[in-house]
Design a protein around this ligand. Structure first.
Ligand code: BDR
Ligand code: CA
Length: 317
């Protein structure tokens, strides 16, 4: 099987960072065309810097990194320093990365890359608010058919919300962008909180990563040790959900996950439930099935493969 051609669109974020490191370690599965960044967990100036720091840590300084939208399509920015810390990747020391920031705006890059690609060929992997992707689709609707599929982290059904009682953070921040993307007509695989809350960073799993004892595993454990504390307290769970890494893991081993083809609609009007994802799991509406909604994962298998891929950084350093 040839590697999927992928654009990773993210707002690092410790869990975005692990998703990037997993992708960078998996060239036989994932051909990273570029990393695009968006305002989300922290402002854009930090998310683009963080993505470049992660490329440095992985020793992939030639990765193309772009900065995109610094605010949602129509709303004021919302950030999550209370979860991720003031840098977005608290747990590692910040530094000025060698990986350069490309001059092109991320939305232009996405449009140009899709335009130049064959139809049905590019996989988009958004792990932040969907602003860049929606802006690209609005800029040039013709590029949408060049997308093979969109594998995203966002939304919630049974778990309720993590930012408001009914909304997950990525969808809440830019619900209009999410609405555009969920209705774009291309295959969408969505990892909401129902599944991401199953991949917890337990002590045992972190110990297995620590034991790898390479510079990347050290950075991962540093970040996850920090990231843990907020969710562990909030949910009384052992560890935190490694949300965004689910998307990349799916590209590596789909068989770890179970999903259902459903209609998913985004609330863009209500003040009370803004950003809520209405998942028609039992197909009780006549609305068309637009999303493969992932609801279950083999969490041990997930961490086994994560450890295996992170161990590769020991070989190349
Ligand atoms: C999502 O929001 C962010 O805090 C995480 O990086 C993840 O993408 C989880 O709700
Ligand atoms: Ca994220």
């Amino acid at each position: 099987m040839t590697a999927a051609k992928v654009i990773l669109d993210c707002d690092p974020g410790q869990d975005d960072a692990v998703a990037l490191l997993l992708a960078l370690a998996s060239p036989e599965d994932i051909d990273i065309l570029g990393i695009t960044t968006v305002a989300g967990n922290v402002p854009l100036g930090l998310t683009q810097r963080n993505a470049r720091m992660i490329c440095d840590i992985a020793k992939h300084v030639d990765t193309a990194v772009y900065a995109g939208c610094d605010r949602p399509l129509f709303r004021e920015p919302t950030t999550a320093e209370h979860v991720h810390g003031e840098t977005g990747v608290n747990g590692i020391d910040v530094f000025e990365p060698e990986t350069p920031l490309r001059e092109t705006h991320a939305v232009d890059y996405i449009v140009e890359t899709l335009r130049a690609a064959e139809k049905d060929s590019i996989t988009l992997v958004p792990t932040g608010p969907l602003t860049n992707i929606a802006a690209a689709f609005q800029r040039d609707p013709g590029v949408v058919e060049h997308v093979r599929r969109i594998v995203l982290m966002g939304g919630a059904m049974r778990e309720g919300g993590n930012y408001t009682p009914s909304a997950e953070f990525n969808i809440y921040v830019d619900p209009e962008a999410a609405d555009i993307v969920f209705n774009c007509g291309r295959p969408i695989i969505a990892f909401g909180l129902d599944v991401t809350h199953q991949v917890l960073t337990t002590r045992e799993r972190l110990a297995a990563i620590t034991a790898l004892n390479n510079p990347v595993s050290e950075a991962v454990v540093g970040m996850l040790d920090f990231f843990d504390r907020f969710d562990a307290e909030k949910y009384s769970s052992e560890g935190a959900p490694l949300h965004d890494a689910c998307t990349v893991m799916y590209l590596l081993r789909e068989s770890l996950f179970e999903s259902r083809h459903c209609n998913v609609a985004v609330e863009t009007q209500s003040e009370l439930t803004l950003g809520h994802t209405t998942v028609d799991f039992w197909h009780v509406s006549q609305r068309p099935r637009n999303v493969q909604w992932v609801h279950k994962v083999d969490a041990d298998g997930f961490y086994q493969l994560l450890v295996e891929r992170l161990s590769r950084y020991g070989d190349s350093q």
